[in-house]
Ligand binder design. Structure first.
Ligand SMILES: [Zn+2]
Length: 257
């Protein structure tokens, strides 16, 4: 079974055919999907999808671009949602210095508050980091390491940094980018880190793998990502699929409870 650790099926890109598309998942071997919140609206929509589909789980979190919308009351609402049985992670949370939509101080403050929410509610985290590698690592090390663990989503740094995260108990999220011709560094990351620490993700509707690059992405394309991981690791596709699924269930451990 294939497990998609990071998707956005609430995105408007799926408005026209969401039901038909999601009906194809289980027959195609996609046995689990975590729909990740990014905005307050996305958090709500993720809960609704998780209520409707047995194989969809929800993550609760606000993306660094959206943290200006947060306040104490909304944080309390998120805490409540974290205690629901189908919520399996806090995310996506982190830092984005590429878009820099919110002041960096504010991004850091809400990243830390949401890491604390994950600890207090016993949930793994799903971390977004763009052009902010060092600050993201430093905050995780200081505020979250050795607690509930999580996934560094759409990992885009060096193999050395990946190993540092793994030492702290984290998993590395690998998606469509690994199939791109110019993804030399990410391919090297996959080669060097232990298979036991790799999970797959779509981040759909974005980042469709080759040869569908630029198209709308969905979990149905994950075999392309798993095929690339298998090739880089010198293992069979079945082995790569089984390992990445097992890893996902280990990090999102509430699914088995
Ligand atoms: Zn995402």
């Amino acid at each position: 079974m294939i497990f998609d650790t990071h998707a956005h099926y609430d995105d408007q890109a799926f408005d026209e055919d969401r039901e038909e598309l999601l009906a194809q998942m289980e027959p195609s071997g996609i046995g689990g999907i975590v729909n990740v919140g990014a905005s307050l609206r996305g958090i709500k929509a993720s809960q609704e999808l998780a209520e409707k589909y047995p194989f969809i789980y929800a993550a609760v979190g606000v993306h660094p671009d959206e943290v200006g919308a947060l306040d104490e009351e909304r944080l309390m609402w998120m805490y409540e949602l974290c205690r629901r049985p189908k919520t399996v992670a806090v995310g996506e949370i982190g830092l984005d210095y590429y878009w820099d939509k919110e002041a960096r101080g504010l991004q850091k403050q809400w990243f830390i508050r949401q890491l604390e929410m994950a600890k207090e509610t016993g949930l793994a985290v799903n971390v977004h980091s763009r052009e902010a590698a060092q600050d993201t690592f430093d905050i995780i090390k200081e505020h979250h390491a050795g607690t509930t663990g999580g996934i560094i989503h759409c990992f885009s740094s060096s193999a050395e940094l990946a190993m540092e995260y793994i030492k702290l108990g984290y998993y590395i999220g690998v998606g469509g980018v690994v199939t791109f011709k110019n993804a030399r560094v990410l391919k090297e990351v996959v080669e060097k880190i232990p298979l036991e620490r790799i999970v797959v993700e779509t981040d759909c509707p974005y980042l469709a793998p080759a040869p569908n690059r630029g198209k709308r992405n969905s979990s149905l394309y994950l075999p392309l990502v798993i095929g690339q991981i298998a090739q880089l690791k010198g293992i069979t596709v079945q082995e790569a699929e089984a390992a990445t699924c097992e890893n996902a269930l280990r990090v999102y451990n509430r699914i088995r409870q």
